[in-house]
Write a protein that binds this ligand. Structure first.
Ligand SMILES: [Zn+2]
Length: 291
């Protein structure tokens, strides 16, 4: 696990345990080239080392494509799907407006192709869901009010890739809905995707969960701590730090405790409040961690 994932997992656990809820573990392994059972096992082991226990584990996303097929059919029955034949370079044209997270606003190029135009296409299509006019708004536990107009901020979005793999938006909406997840805690980089999931939730008949998008961890110079910082992998940190040392450093940087201290996740649960976590960034001097 990278330190950013550790932080999000810690906050998810604290939020749940400070209110006697249950934590669901789920392997989001649709990108099969970057995942393996070995990684999954390492992740379970890292969470256990941190003291971040989970109450139950859902089946991995890679085993659930038949479930996702059923929800894909619901969208088809509502006449909300269409095939998109755009190439990557067409989608990434320099003129295309895009969101801060790099998502391109889809201009609807393939929305009104005729059947004969579709039949003439030589490549297999991705499938997009049509988005309606209107504002989607949520009250985020850490970020406050957030709203998006999907037609302007996103456009019709892909739910199944051309290679047949379902995308994050559809898979997590189905998984959260079927598991009865009431609170989603994850990194701020995913805030912009929440309105897409809220839209799918409404189509599938699921209630909207509460969202909490935790601030990003930044180096003191403002640089985002990234996966390239190999020394911030938990595998490396575990050689130098105990779990209470690491959790204490994260908790202090995040303002959950006033002074650096060794503290277990269990002890920290009593101190937890979303009020303390407001904002977009938490500054963490990684070099300090090792001292
Ligand atoms: Zn297209």
């Amino acid at each position: 696990m990278h330190l950013g994932n550790v932080f999000a997992a810690l906050i998810a656990w604290l939020s749940v345990k400070s209110r006697s809820g249950a934590l669901v573990l789920r392997m989001e392994d649709l990108d099969t080239q970057r995942t393996s059972e070995e990684f999954a096992q390492q992740l379970r082991e890292d969470l256990t080392w941190l003291g971040l226990t989970w109450d139950w584990e859902m089946p991995a996303q890679s085993t659930r494509s038949e479930v996702y097929d059923r929800y894909f059919e619901i969208l088809r029955e509502k006449d909300l799907l269409y095939p998109c034949y755009c190439t990557r370079s067409q989608l990434h044209s320099v003129n295309a407006p895009h969101l801060s997270d790099g998502t391109y606003v889809y201009p609807g190029t393939c929305r009104n192709l005729t059947d004969s135009q579709r039949a003439a296409m030589k490549r297999s299509p991705a499938w997009r869901v049509k988005v309606p006019e209107g504002i989607w708004q949520l009250q985020d536990l850490a970020q406050g009010t957030f709203s998006q107009d999907l037609t302007k901020d996103c456009g019709d979005f892909v739910v199944r890739r051309a290679d047949g793999v379902y995308v994050y938006q559809l898979a997590v909406t189905v998984d959260d809905g079927e598991a009865g997840v009431t609170e989603v805690v994850r990194g701020l980089d995913l805030l912009g995707s929440a309105p897409r999931q809220m839209y799918l939730q409404s189509l599938f008949g699921f209630s909207h969960p509460q969202y909490g998008h935790v601030p990003m961890l930044l180096a003191p110079d403002g640089r985002r701590l990234s996966k390239r910082d190999r020394d911030l992998d938990l595998g490396e940190l575990r050689k130098h730090l105990s779990a209470p040392q690491l959790i204490g450093s994260l908790a202090c940087s995040a303002g959950l405790i006033d002074q650096p201290a060794e503290i277990s996740a269990r002890e920290l649960a009593g101190e937890f409040s979303w009020q303390k976590l407001r904002g977009e960034a938490i500054y963490l001097d990684a070099a300090q961690l090792m001292r």
